[in-house]
Design a protein around this ligand. Sequence first.
Ligand code: NAI
Length: 640
Amino acid sequence: MSGHVAIFAAMKVNRYFVIDFDSTFTKVEAFDVLADISLEGHPEKEVRKKRIAEITNKGMDGSLSFRESLEQRLQLLSPEKKHLPKLIERLRSLVSESFKRNKEFFATHAANIYIVSNGFREFIEPVVTEFGIKPENILANEFRFDEQGRVTGFDTENPLSANNGKVEQLKRLNLPGDVYVIGDGYTDYEIKHAGLANKFYAFTENVERESVLNKADHIAPSLDEFLYLNKLNTAISYPKNRINVLLLENVHPVAIELMRSEGFNVETYPAGLDEDELCEKIRNVSVLGIRSKTQVTARVLDNASRLMVIGAFCIGTNQIDLKAASRKGVAVFNAPFSNTRSVVELAIAEMIMLMRNIADKSAKMHQGKWDKSAKGSFEVRGKKLGIIGYGNIGAQLSVLAENLGMKVLYYDKEEKLALGNATKCKTLKELLTQADVVTMHVDGRESNTNFISQAEFDLMKKGVVFLNLSRGHVVDVPALRANILSGKVAGCAVDVFPYEPISNDEEFASELRGLPNTILTPHIGGSTSEAQENIGNFVPGKMMDYINTGSTSNSVNFPNLTLPTLENAHRLIHIHDNVPGILARINKVLADNGINIMGQYLKTTEEIGYVITDINKEYNKDVIKELRAIEHTIKFRVLY
Ligand code: NAI
């Protein structure tokens, strides 16, 4: 038996990889980039580029031979030797993302990798040899130059200058083994069609051509997929295109774009999903993005066996059962300061408006009443602003208000660094008795319910201006109403309410309606385009960091660990119930298997423990099984 195995191993066939250049190795067609360089400043640039595209199409539909199309395009391009360095530099920066992250594949299999292209060696070679590809394995055309360095033509003897060139080259190569072709174009498929390749993989990371997709043995949305299918992957553990991302509730397009460009398989929905729909949909999903409407309940999480991470594209995370998420080993991220600035700007605007009685004055004007008077109108300059809750928003407001010439006092239950010339108050009373404007920026924890009620209003100065842009329940609303009506509070702005309508169709009911000098807004403090875009950028960044490196910084339910990038090591990510002794057991498995630990990080919350272990490259795959089998393991994954 063992003899058979040995013979079989010796007979193992060689595998050759034939890879296209334009729109496969690089994201672009090199001639498009060349046109921008060689025709720069040319009065006919746009006309010529259009003409080049037309000729390319004619070449593709067969109404022009490849050679004719090449001649005509080169004439329109008028390239010169001096354009090449710039072209090469641009192409180097435009190598396909999945090629960049799989450099190791090229280095390891250099002897068996061929670049076969109808393009030109002069720009292909400098780009691909950086990946370890051998110059002799590059099959491409070559330019002919005149003495002034202008391109006059190409090597007409080269089969790649004519139709069916790739097939002809492959025949001449006569590769002794299995041949896999990866490319985006029909000429790549032709190699397989001619019986010269075992498989053709349609590469769709940069372009998708209908004519090629249905001819392909496999569609490869990235090189990761190709390597995974052929068990050649080293740089990544699992092809990103197989990781399903579900983005609900119309998250900002920038987020969708970010997730797609990372190579994930992204599905989007404009609305939220109800619990039953989500329970069904979540089964194959690894990454979930929601806003505030979607309820991620324990039942949803029970159906989410593949789920790794949830991104809340908003500030609040009450809609997610965080405890259940932790128990399932699902990390949750939100966007805690993406709309900070928006809230601060509104607060500044409102305090100025209130100090000038603008709400009432504007309302009267709409009724045709001209009420010109300076009575009860003040500048904010020199006034004392009392900020309660000196977190992200409070601290930023402090800086902007000082720039307007206000004197800032703040009160926070935590020790907070005073920014600029702000003065910290030791007690709430100290702040309330001095401030001309009191503004609420505490978080919405339950114990902050009715944080400001009659007793606190009693301490405030007469004629104080009061703002609440934090959470509705932190202020006793009937008490606020009474103090407005008594004149103790000269004006107020309220953006948040103990009960807020579920939809725009529901009427807004509140004791604050109809009060003088009272600005009411429908919880829009953080609602700006900029904030939405910031959120769209921030949350995917956090989720991808977690997937790619295991970093949990800013996670709302996982222990926060910021990790160094992984170099020349495997990273083992172990999430477990927080019971004693797990780290010791992990390390025992590693020690028993003679594995060298290069770095290790552990952090726990009450619920879970999070251990990251970086180990050197060689290890026995059984180790993974043993680590998975450790009791109390919630989730385990390996990064390569
Ligand atoms: P944060 O968590 O950075 O800051 C809150 C601060 O309040 C912390 O420094 C905390 O120590 C302090 N604090 C909490 N309870 C306190 C107490 N009882 N006494 C003294 N200090 C206390 O939060 P961030 O990002 O600054 O947000 C502040 C508030 O604004 C939150 O309630 C948030 O929900 C709300 N918000 C409202 C928006 C809107 O559209 N109106 C948009 C964004 C946030």
